[in-house]
Design a protein around this ligand. Structure first.
Ligand code: 5AD
Ligand code: SF4
Length: 443
């Protein structure tokens, strides 16, 4: 019987992509997937360091994994515990200290070394192997071919970030920006399409700063890449995330006008509506510039709607600064959003700024912002009732005979549908809406 692996993924879509690529490595190495951690001979935590809570959660999960490892040991079974992702990059010493039972820890840029590390561990028991290199080789050159898990696939095209927003750990955990060459991306897209992908979501921490080389060594932008991918037969939908507002150029805006595959939904994080706070965050855009980009995009495609990330309670944020965030929300009317209380991350410039805010103020502001954001989200969802959307069904619903999919606007939609509609795009008329989902009828 082959050995089993279990992966738990924390954090962003890039981590979901990395976990999928690691599962392909492990399966090529002879492991079989399991959803039950207790059955797993190899337990992997692919971790996130973006906010304190996410990082702390990893240590509590590791504690639990150790207990399971001991239970299994009593039954004569061996368990390898591994940690990957951004917590490793930022806290390798902490892992060795707080969780010495961890067998190996790999940073986000070195997980292609997984087979080598596993071989080492099987040879040398009891020693933690940690690899947090920013390696000279591109990990993508060493990964086995990717394949679809369903109709929607992520495809990493860019990694790392050179922006150094003052609150953010990403430039330290994922390193400097790197863009994969055009051909490599197109080849991976072809593999994914050939194995069932209809929708591709191009990933990068700062995806619209993409500048990969084409076959003649010429640097190409994200717009060029999108146009190339839109030519591929069988690819029905394209998305890209996450974009940095200051790097949205006219080429990219025109893609939203020209490419029918490009979905009418764009995640364009603003973080704050106050120029003073944006400056303190070291963002390369102010409020007016951000709104100008939104206007240009809407002009290129009037169906386009937006989502954003927000941070409340950044050091020095006054009531007036916060009100400007609320007023920006009222201007853009986001249809979805992610909002967070500022979390002090060791090693980032904002962590040592004066005028850190109290937890109570952060919480009040977050509640107020989320009430407003949910209000717009609910209104948009309600306005969809009666309309027909193309829905890509991605998974079985909670009830028998029900499937869950996504509309072009990334809304979750459930409907009564036959399982043969799974991983297909189907017309659905929306009948009901709540803040977080739609339901409808296949037509
Ligand atoms: N505190 C709170 N939120 C943060 N984000 C990044 N760093 C922090 C932090 N220190 C948020 C930003 C970013 C999203 C992925 O996470 O809004 O866009
Ligand atoms: Fe972090 Fe800013 Fe880079 Fe986004 S753009 S990953 S928030 S540093």
């Amino acid at each position: 019987m082959s050995e089993k692996y279990f992966i738990k993924t924390f954090g962003c879509q890039m981590n979901v992509y990395d976990s999928h690529r690691m599962s392909v490595i492990l399966e090529n190495f002879g492991y079989e997937a399991t959803d039950n951690q207790k059955d797993a001979d190899l337990v992997l935590f692919n971790t996130c360091h973006i906010r304190e809570k996410a990082a702390e959660k990893v240590f509590s999960d590791l504690g639990r994994a150790y207990l399971i490892k001991q239970e299994r040991a009593a039954e004569g079974k061996n368990t390898i515990i591994g940690v990957t992702g951004c917590v490793v990059q930022a806290e390798d010493e902490q892992i060795a200290k707080r969780a010495p039972y961890v067998d190996f820890a790999l940073g986000p840029l070195t997980y292609h070394r997984l087979p080598e590390i596993l071989t080492k561990i099987r040879r040398k028991r009891g020693e933690t192997v940690i690899d947090t290199d920013f390696p000279a080789e591109a990990k993508f050159d060493f990964l086995p071919e990717n394949r679809s898990e369903g109709g929607c696939s992520f495809l990493a095209v860019q990694e790392g970030c050179n922006n150094f927003c003052t609150y953010c750990v990403v430039p330290y955990t994922r390193g400097a920006e790197y863009s994969r060459p055009v051909k490599e991306v197109v080849d991976e897209a072809k593999k994914l399409i050939a194995t069932g992908t209809l929708e591709l979501n191009l990933l990068g921490q700062n995806v619209n700063s993409y500048h990969g080389e084409d076959e003649n060594g010429k640097e190409r932008n994200l717009a060029y890449l999108l146009r190339k991918l839109a030519e591929l037969d069988g690819l029905k939908r394209l998305r890209y995330t996450t974009s940095y507002p200051a790097d949205v150029d006219d080429d990219l805006i025109n893609c939203h006008r020209d490419l029918p595959q490009l979905m009418p939904y764009l995640h364009l994080p603003v973080q704050s509506g106050s120029d003073k706070i944006l400056k303190a965050m070291n963002r390369r855009h102010n409020r007016a510039q951000y709104l100008e980009v939104i206007e240009k995009l809407k002009k290129a495609n009037d169906k386009l709607r937006f989502s954003s990330d927000f941070i409340v309670g950044f050091p020095g944020e006054t009531d007036d600064d916060f009100k400007q965030t609320l007023s920006l929300v009222n201007e853009v009317k986001y249809i979805q959003a992610f909002s967070f209380k500022y979390s002090r991350r060791p090693g980032t410039p904002a962590a040592v700024m004066p005028n850190q805010l109290e937890e109570k103020v952060k919480k009040e502001r977050l509640d107020e912002l989320q009430t407003l954001l949910f209000d717009y989200q609910t209104k948009f969802n309600e306005a969809c009732v009666g309309k027909t959307f193309e829905v890509l069904f991605e998974q079985q619903g909670r009830h028998k005979g029900q499937l869950i999919g996504r509309t072009p606007y990334m809304q979750n939609l459930h409907a009564k549908a036959d399982t043969n509609m799974l991983n297909k795009i189907v017309d659905v008329k929306v009948e009901q809406a709540t803040t977080n989902s739609l339901s409808g009828k296949v037509i």
